[in-house]
Design a protein around this ligand. Structure first.
Ligand SMILES: [Zn+2]
Length: 158
């Protein structure tokens, strides 16, 4: 990809949202509360992601969704925007394996099932209780606790 056009795209101008577009205005508010300028791409992806039910997406799955909605942006822009949302605390990144990162719109600590080979991440219903969380090492505190239960299809014996 052309680096300059990518930079230009990532730095798209702030846009003016008509006040009667309430969903967009809520998204503008959400972004500015998180310290992000409401650019065209942030607003488009923010409205797809941050309003409605909690979701788990990858950069690729969100890119496909954006293409289906006729949004003109690159996979790199989707990835950059997801990272900006994550740094601003709007999303939580979950590394399911060495390659694949999911972005969770529910930023609370909660356990997940990851279906290996199917690239699907879902919440474990009912939560998970820990009877004993380890003490942090001296001079440290626990920053977060990730629990991913990896699932695979049972082999059907023939
Ligand atoms: Zn989740």
């Amino acid at each position: 990809m052309d680096v300059l056009s990518n930079l230009h795209e990532a730095d798209s101008d702030e846009i003016a949202v008509p006040a009667e577009d309430e969903a967009a205005m809520r998204c503008v508010q959400l972004l500015s509360d998180a310290g992000l300028r409401p650019t065209r791409h942030r607003l488009a992806l923010g409205q797809m992601l941050l309003q409605g039910d909690h979701r788990h997406v990858t950069a690729e799955s969100l890119y496909d969704e954006a293409m289906a909605a006729n949004l003109r942006l690159s996979l790199a822009t989707v990835y950059n925007t997801l990272n900006q949302f994550t740094e601003a605390g709007l999303l939580r990144r979950i590394a399911a394996d060495g390659v694949k990162s999911f972005f969770d719109t529910d930023t609370s600590v909660h356990p997940h099932f990851y279906m290996e080979g199917e690239d699907v991440l879902v919440d474990v219903a009912g939560g998970l209780a820990f009877s004993k969380v380890p003490e942090a090492l001296p001079g440290h505190e626990i920053a977060r606790l990730d629990v991913i239960v990896h699932l695979r299809r049972k082999r059907v014996s023939s």
